[in-house]
Write a protein that binds this ligand. Structure first.
Ligand code: 5AD
Ligand code: SF4
Length: 523
C-alpha cells in the first residue's frame, strides 16, 4: 500500500478528535483584538468554551467499570515481543505509561529501552506548550528509518497530542508510517488497538472527543517500589484561557473514595513509602460526585493508613478550601509542601487568564495556609509573557514571588495553543522581551531557593532514600518532607527507608549531608 492509498483508507473510527471547533465559533469575533477588547469581551459575553457542555455532561452518569479483561485471543499476543513507551510531560502521563506498561505485560510483552529491539514503540505525548509538541514531531522523524528497516515495527502516538484534531491531521498527511493513534480516553482499548495495528493495513485511529467512563481495574506496572502515583480524578473543568488540558483530558471525573482508599492501602501493604495523589485539578476532587466529600475528607481518611508520606498535585487556588487546610495542618503523613500554581501576580492578567482569583485572594489564601502550617514550603507555576502583559503587570508577578517567598517555581513563556481562547489574542510583546522577563524571574526564584536552602546547613532532616544519586553511585539521594533533594553518604541498605541526615552544605536545588544516628532531634 503506498502512502496515498494508506492516507485515503485511514479513517477515524470512534468519534472525532477533540471536538473544539464549534465551541470556538463565538470566540472568532475577538480574533486579533487588543487585550482591552479581550478583557471587555471576557467580562461581558465570554463563556468558557466547553464549560456549558461540561456542566451538561456532569448530569450524565460517569460509569465506573470493574471488569477490564484482556480478551483471551490477545493475552499471549506479546510473547517473545518487546514494547517501549517514551513519555513526555506531566506525572499524569507518567502514570498513564505505567498503566499501558501493565497492559502490555499482561499481554506477554517485555519492556525495552532500545528502539532497535522494540516490536512496538509508543510516544505518550504532551500538548501543554508548543515546544513539547515539537519534540514529539522531532522524535517521529527519528523513528522513520527504523520503520523502513523493520516494516513489522508498530509505532503509535498517544497521550494529549492525539486528542488534537490538528495533530491527527498532520500525522495523516506528513507521517503516514505511523500505525496507531489513540487518545487519553482510549487506553483501556490498547489490546484491541495493538491487534488491529498488527493485522490491519490501515492506520488505526481511536480518539474519543468525549471523556470516557472510569475503568477501575486496569493493570499497572509501576516504575518504582518506593513512591507510587494514584489517580484520584481525571480531567479539568477550569478552562483557563491559555490551557489545552480541558480539551485533551476532558471533564472532571472523580474516582470513588473507597476505590482510592483501597488502592492506597494496597500500596502501603506492598511497602510503598510515599503516595502522590494525582489530578489535573486535584483539589476539585469530589465536586462531581454529589457526596459532599472533597480532597480534605479523602486526605483525612488516608491519614490513618500506614504510609509515611502522602502528597497531591496539582491544586488550584480557587478550590483550596478550609477543610483541606485543616486536615493538612494535622501533620503526620501529610507533607509540609504545597504546590500552588499562581500563574501571574497581576489581577488583570489573572482575570484574562480565567483563573477565577485575584492577586489579593491568592495572597489571602497563602496567609491562611501559613497560619495553619507555619513550616510549609510553597512552590508554584508561573507563565510570563501572556499576550500584552505590560512591564508593570510583570513586576506584579516579581513582587508576588518575593512576597510569598516561593522556594521553587516552574516558569514558562506563554505558548499559544490552538483552539484556546487566549490563542486568538493579538500580542504586542516581543519574544526577546518575554525571554528577558523569564530570565529575571528565574534569577529571583533561584535566589529565593538558595536562601531557603541555607537554613538547613548544620540541621538534621528526614530523607526518604530513593536510590543512588544520578551523578555519583557512591552517594545516595532522596527527598525531605518539604521536597528538598538531599545527596548524602550512608549505607545502601537505607534505600527505601526514611533516615536522618545531617546537612553540611546547601546548594540552590539540593542539600549535601551525611546519615546520622537516630538520637539526634529532627528539624
Ligand atoms: N503556555 C505556557 N505555559 C502553560 N501552562 C499551561 N498552559 C500553558 C501555555 N499555553 C503551564 C501552567 C501550568 C503548567 C502545567 O504549565 O503554568 O500550571
Ligand atoms: Fe489547565 Fe490547570 Fe487551568 Fe485546568 S486548572 S485549565 S489544567 S491550567
Amino acid at each position: 500500500m503506498n502512502e496515498q492509498q494508506r492516507k485515503e483508507s485511514s479513517q477515524i473510527r470512534q468519534g472525532t478528535p477533540a471536538d473544539v471547533k464549534s465551541d470556538q465559533d463565538n470566540l472568532n469575533r475577538i480574533k486579533d483584538k487588543t487585550s482591552e477588547d479581550f478583557m471587555k469581551y471576557f467580562e461581558t459575553t465570554y463563556q468558557p468554551p466547553s464549560l456549558r457542555k461540561a456542566q451538561r455532561r456532569r448530569k450524565e452518569d460517569v460509569k465506573v467499570h470493574y471488569d477490564f479483561t484482556i480478551p483471551e485471543d490477545l493475552d499471549n499476543i506479546g510473547q517473545g515481543r518487546k514494547y517501549m513507551i517514551r513519555t513526555y510531560g506531566c506525572q499524569m502521563n507518567e502514570h498513564d505509561t505505567e498503566v499501558m506498561a501493565g497492559i502490555f505485560e499482561e499481554m506477554g510483552y517485555e519492556s525495552t529501552n532500545d528502539t532497535k529491539e522494540a516490536d512496538i514503540i509508543l510516544l505518550n505525548t504532551c500538548a501543554i506548550r508548543e515546544n513539547a509538541e515539537n519534540k514529539v514531531f522531532g522524535e517521529i522523524g527519528h523513528l522513520k528509518p527504523l520503520k523502513l528497516e523493520n516494516p513489522n515495527l508498530i509505532i503509535g502516538v498517544c497521550g494529549c497530542m492525539s486528542q488534537e484534531e490538528s495533530v491527527v491531521n498532520r500525522i495523516l498527511k506528513k507521517h503516514p508510517f505511523i500505525d496507531l493513534i489513540f487518545g487519553t480516553h482510549n487506553i483501556h482499548r490498547l489490546p484491541q488497538l495493538v491487534k488491529e495495528a498488527m493485522f490491519g493495513k490501515e492506520m488505526v485511529i481511536d480518539v474519543w472527543s468525549k471523556e470516557g467512563d472510569i475503568i477501575e481495574n486496569l493493570p499497572r506496572s509501576r516504575k518504582g517500589k518506593i513512591k507510587g502515583w494514584v489517580n484520584i480524578m481525571y480531567g479539568c473543568d477550569k478552562f483557563c484561557t491559555y490551557c489545552i488540558v480541558p480539551y485533551t483530558r476532558g471533564k472532571e471525573r472523580s474516582r470513588l473514595p473507597e476505590d482510592i482508599i483501597q488502592e492506597v492501602r494496597h500500596l502501603a501493604a506492598q511497602g510503598y513509602k510515599e503516595i502522590t495523589l494525582l489530578g489535573q485539578n486535584v483539589n476539585a476532587y469530589g465536586k462531581d460526585l454529589d457526596l459532599n466529600y472533597g480532597l480534605g475528607d479523602l486526605m483525612d481518611e488516608l491519614r490513618d493508613i500506614d504510609i509515611p508520606r502522602i502528597r497531591f498535585t496539582t491544586s488550584h487556588p480557587r478550590d483550596f478550601d478550609d477543610r483541606l487546610i485543616e486536615v493538612l495542618a494535622k501533620g503526620g503523613n501529610m507533607l509540609d509542601h504545597i504546590h500552588l500554581p499562581v500563574q501571574s501576580g497581576n489581577s488583570d492578567i489573572l482575570k484574562i487568564m480565567g483563573r477565577k482569583y485575584s492577586r489579593e485572594e491568592y495572597l489571602e489564601l497563602v496567609r491562611k495556609i501559613r497560619k495553619a502550617m507555619p513550616d510549609a514550603t510553597l512552590t508554584t507555576d508561573i507563565i510570563v509573557g501572556f499576550p500584552n502583559e505590560t512591564a508593570e503587570q510583570f513586576e506584579d508577578t516579581m513582587s508576588l514571588v518575593e512576597e510569598v517567598g516561593f522556594e521553587a517555581a516552574y516558569t514558562f513563556i506563554y505558548s499559544a495553543r490552538d483552539g484556546t481562547p487566549a490563542a486568538r489574542m493579538k500580542d504586542n510583546i516581543s519574544m526577546d522581551e518575554k525571554k528577558d522577563r523569564l530570565q529575571r524571574l528565574n534569577k529571583l526564584v533561584n535566589d529565593q531557593a538558595a536562601e531557603a536552602m541555607k537554613q538547613y546547613e548544620g540541621e538534621v532532616v528526614e530523607v526518604l532514600v530513593e536510590g543512588e544519586s544520578k551523578k555519583n553511585s557512591e552517594v545516595l539521594a532522596g527527598y525531605t518532607k518539604r521536597n528538598k533533594m538531599v545527596n548524602f553518604t550512608g549505607p545502601r541498605s537505607s534505600i527505601g527507608t526514611i533516615v536522618k541526615v545531617k546537612i553540611n552544605k546547601a546548594k540552590t536545588w539540593s542539600l549535601d549531608g551525611v546519615m546520622v544516628e537516630e538520637t539526634i532531634e529532627v528539624k
